[in-house]
Design a protein around this ligand. Structure first.
Ligand SMILES: [Zn+2]
Length: 124
């Protein structure tokens, strides 16, 4: 089952904030507290047909943030004329590459995020 594969990939933790599903389950009285976030929804795409790299294991709070963020991104994309979509796709791939390089660089520098704020990062 795709859902279980994605949760296993995430080590049963939120892939955004790191919340541990088992700890969350205890705190919420048995509710796992993790959901699978879809980076997009296709009109006639079956649940098992989504590529793994478009699915994310997120806690309830981060899933809500992700849904809001996705709507904002889609709203911005809607303002771009379809004749420019190919250029936007290429730019987004370049941005994603830069983001991945940044994440790898942060990981190598042993940087640890210590709270939920996007602004407060402590370097160890
Ligand atoms: Zn989370």
């Amino acid at each position: 089952m795709k859902r279980l594969e994605i949760m296993k990939r995430a080590g049963s933790r939120c892939e955004w904030c790191g919340t541990d599903a088992r700890a969350e389950s205890t705190r919420r009285g048995g509710t796992p507290g993790l959901q699978i976030h879809h980076g997009f929804y296709g009109k006639s795409v079956e649940p098992w047909e989504y590529e793994d790299n478009t699915l994310y294991c997120l806690c309830d709070d981060c899933h809500e943030k992700a849904e809001t963020a996705r709507r904002a991104v889609y709203a911005e994309l809607a303002r771009i004329h379809p004749k420019h979509h190919r250029d936007v796709q290429l730019l987004l791939r370049q941005v994603q590459s830069v983001v991945k390089e940044g994440e790898a660089s942060l990981s190598r520098a042993n940087v640890q995020r210590v709270d939920q704020s996007d602004d407060d990062v402590i370097y160890l």
